[in-house]
Design a binder for this molecule. Structure first.
Ligand code: IPE
Ligand code: IPE
Ligand code: MG
Length: 262
C-alpha cells in the first residue's frame, strides 16, 4: 500500500472538446471526479493524496478558462470540508498566493484551518503550484536564515532543506499517476517524487473514478522498488574476497577547486 499517491489530473479540456463542450465544462466534470477519488482514498485507507489542480504555467490559458478554474477550485474544496457529513480529510495547500483571486486564497486557508484536526486522509491541493517555484522559495528562505546566522550553510542536509518546502511534513511520493496519456511531469513535485513509481493512464481525468485509484494502487503493489540497491536474494551471503573488500564508497576527501582553464 503506498503511503502517498500524487495525481496529475490531466485531460479535462480534451474530454470537453471531444463532446463538443467548452473546456470549462471539462473542469466542472473533473471536480466531480476528484470528489469521487477522495472518497475512494478514504475507503482504502490511503493516508496522503496530492492533486495537481493548477500549475504556475496554467496562467497562460484564456481568461474564460481561468475564470472557470478559479470558480471550481473553491467550490470543490468547500464540498470536501463543509456539509452535514464532512469528510475526515485534512486539507493542505501547496502553492503561492501570487495572482490567485482573494476568495480562492481565503478558501484554501480556511480549508486548512477548518480541517487541521482531521486525520484519516491528508489531501494536499497544489494550486498555483510549480516545483521550481517551490524549490526556489525554499532556497530563498534558507539563504535568509543563513544570512541571519540561524543556520550554518555548510551543515545543510536534505532533511533540513525539505523543512522549507510548502508542506514539509509529508512523506515522499510513492506513486505518481498522470491521467490523459502524456508522458511528462509538468513541474510537479520534483523534490518529493524523485523515487516515485510512475504510472500514466490514458483515461482523461473527468472519466476517472475511485475504481481507477484502487486499480493504480493494486498495480503499484506489484512493482519492485529498489532505491538504487539490488533485489533481495535469498540464501547465504558470499564470503568477502580480498577484491570485494576493497569495494566501497570512495574515501571522503576535500574536493579541490577545478584549476582555471582546465
Ligand atoms: C487538467 O486538464 C486541468 C488543468 C491543467 C487545470 P487540462 O485542462 O490540461 O486538459 P487537457 O490536457 O487540455 O485535455
Ligand atoms: C498539468 O497539466 C497541470 C495540472 C494538471 C494542473 P497541464 O495540462 O498544464 O500540463 P502540460 O501543459 O500538458 O505540460
Ligand atoms: Mg493538460
Amino acid at each position: 500500500m503506498p503511503r502517498h499517491v500524487a495525481v496529475i489530473m490531466d485531460g479535462n479540456g480534451r474530454w470537453a472538446t471531444d463532446r463538443g463542450l467548452p473546456r470549462p465544462e471539462g473542469h466542472r466534470a473533473g471536480a466531480k471526479a476528484l470528489i469521487d477519488v477522495v472518497h475512494g482514498a478514504l475507503e482504502i485507507g490511503l493516508s496522503h493524496l496530492t492533486v495537481y489542480a493548477f500549475s504556475t504555467e496554467n496562467w497562460k490559458r484564456p481568461a474564460d478558462e481561468l475564470h472557470a478554474l478559479m470558480h471550481e477550485i473553491p467550490v470543490t474544496l468547500r464540498q470536501l470540508y463543509e456539509g452535514d457529513r464532512p469528510l475526515d480529510v485534512r486539507v493542505r495547500w501547496a502553492g503561492l498566493p501570487n495572482g490567485l483571486p482573494a476568495d480562492v486564497i481565503e478558501t484554501l486557508i480556511e480549508a486548512e484551518r477548518a480541517t487541521c484536526d482531521r486525520s484519516a486522509l491528508t489531501l494536499m491541493a497544489c494550486v498555483n503550484y510549480g516545483g521550481r517555484a517551490e524549490i526556489t522559495a525554499a532556497a530563498s528562505k534558507l539563504a535568509q536564515a543563513a544570512a541571519a546566522g540561524s543556520i550554518n550553510p555548510g551543515d545543510l542536509s536534505e532533511h533540513a532543506f525539505s523543512r522549507y518546502l510548502h508542506v514539509p511534513e509529508l512523506p515522499d511520493v510513492d506513486l505518481l499517476v498522470r491521467t490523459g496519456g502524456d508522458l511528462r511531469t509538468s513541474n510537479f513535485l520534483p523534490w518529493q517524487a524523485v523515487y516515485a513509481e510512475l504510472m500514466v493512464i490514458d483515461t482523461r481525468w473527468p472519466d476517472i473514478d475511485r475504481r481507477d485509484l484502487w486499480d493504480a494502487v493494486e498495480r503499484y503493489a506489484s512493482r519492485t522498488r529498489r532505491y538504487g540497491s539490488i533485489p533481495h536474494l535469498p540464501g547465504p551471503r558470499p564470503a568477502a574476497s580480498p577484491s570485494t573488500s576493497l569495494i566501497g564508497p570512495p574515501p571522503c576527501t576535500e574536493r579541490s577547486p577545478t584549476p582555471e582553464g582546465s
